[in-house]
Design a binder for this molecule. Structure first.
Ligand code: WQD
Length: 340
């Protein structure tokens, strides 16, 4: 079986991608520094697939460690790179931490990959590179705007680094996947989102409020120029997102990519407002949610949802789950981890 390195493979999207890779017949090795995820996630993966991935606890800022890893794993069929810091607010407070962790580690990985006779690389990027796009739905050709946060800037810079490396190393075959808003959990409720501390993102805050862990959800503003006044996002089920990584990797392995660097939006193509997300939760859970409208959150954009034409027709991937499907799994996961 082809061995695939998944960095950040204990994380929310990473762990779901490990499951899909294993179920697609790949052998997986995970590198994770456990700064934002627990090694116990491995038990969840095993509970689903019956296969325990090789796990290396390491910080990718350890340049020598990264080099040692690659010398010990000369047979890697590909790398899917999730490991990064991803809290927008924290990145504003600690920019140097974000540039060191998100950029340096990418350079160290690429330095190893470009020394190989052939390398296949999938990069975890984000719709945040578009900022507030001028037109909806957002295509991959929409202009990349000045980043709203150091986190978003690390994704923009990361894409440029990969593009420049691919330009001089034709043996490096890479795809950047620009995620929209990943939500939900594996239908088995064995893995899911485990935000540390107070959730920054909407859906885990919704489920923790319903579980009684949070008193009430604050809806950050209902005075936006949208039908119901709340912000619109493209909420994509994390399993759909995970499967997009397997499809992208297979595209590279099968040499279906005409050029050696491509970018794809990964979303559902449907926008949903915050109030619609709340209504979805209430519908699937049968639980009224305690929320209040408060002021806007700094840095929030009004609307973002994907044009998925290129992902659907070129990559050959399409999201299968609806907002309700995703919300249902998010709630089942929250109930499972809280013993509700
Ligand atoms: C969604 C909507 C909030 C919390 C961020 C990153 C993005 C990606 C996904 C990593 C917004 C509203 C939220 C709350 C609320 N992360 N909201 N009350 O900001 O679209 O995207 O996470 O890649 O890069 O920017 O996601 O879930 O934080 O917010 O009203 O308690 O929910 O204002 O409109 P966001 P989010």
């Amino acid at each position: 079986m082809l061995k695939i390195l998944v960095t950040g493979g204990l994380g929310f999207i990473g762990s779901h991608t490990v499951v899909e890779l294993q179920q697609a017949g790949f052998d997986v090795v995970i590198i994770d520094n456990c700064s934002n995820a627990s090694e116990a996630v491995l038990d969840g993966i095993v509970a689903i697939t019956g296969i325990r991935p090789e796990f290396v606890r390491m910080d990718l800022r350890d340049k020598a460690g990264v080099a040692d890893f690659f010398s010990q794993h000369p047979d890697l069929g590909g790398v899917i790179h999730f490991a990064a810091s991803k809290a927008v607010g924290e990145s504003v407070e600690k920019p140097l931490l974000y540039y060191e962790n998100n950029i340096t580690t990418l350079v160290y990985l690429l330095a190893q990959l470009t020394a190989l006779p052939k390398a296949h690389f999938i990069f975890s990027s984000s719709c945040t590179v578009y900022g507030q796009a001028d037109e909806m739905p957002i295509t991959e050709d929409a202009p990349v705007k000045p980043a709203e946060s150091p986190y978003g800037n690390t994704k923009q810079i990361g894409e440029e680094i990969i593009r420049d490396a691919c330009h001089v190393h034709p043996a490096l075959q890479a795809i950047s996947l620009r995620y929209f808003n990943p939500i939900g959990a594996h239908p088995s409720a064995k893995i899911g989102e485990l935000p540390l501390g107070v959730p920054q993102n909407l859906v885990p805050f919704i489920t923790q409020t319903a579980a009684g862990i949070r008193k009430e959800l604050s809806v950050f503003g209902d005075d936006y120029p949208t039908p119901d006044g709340t912000c619109i996002r493209d909420y994509i089920h994390v399993v759909d997102l995970a499967r997009a990584h397997v499809v992208a990797l297979q595209r590279l392995l099968e040499g279906k990519n005409p050029g050696n660097y491509e970018v794809f939006n990964v979303g559902t193509g449907t926008g949903s407002s915050v109030l619609e997300a709340i209504q979805s939760f209430e519908r699937v859970s049968g639980t009224p949610l305690n929320y209040k409208i408060t002021g806007r959150r700094a840095g929030d954009i009004t609307t973002a949802y994907a044009d998925t034409t290129r992902a659907n027709t070129v990559l050959g991937w399409k999201a299968q789950s609806s907002l309700d499907d995703a919300m249902r799994t998010a709630w089942a996961w929250e109930q499972q981890i809280r013993g509700l």
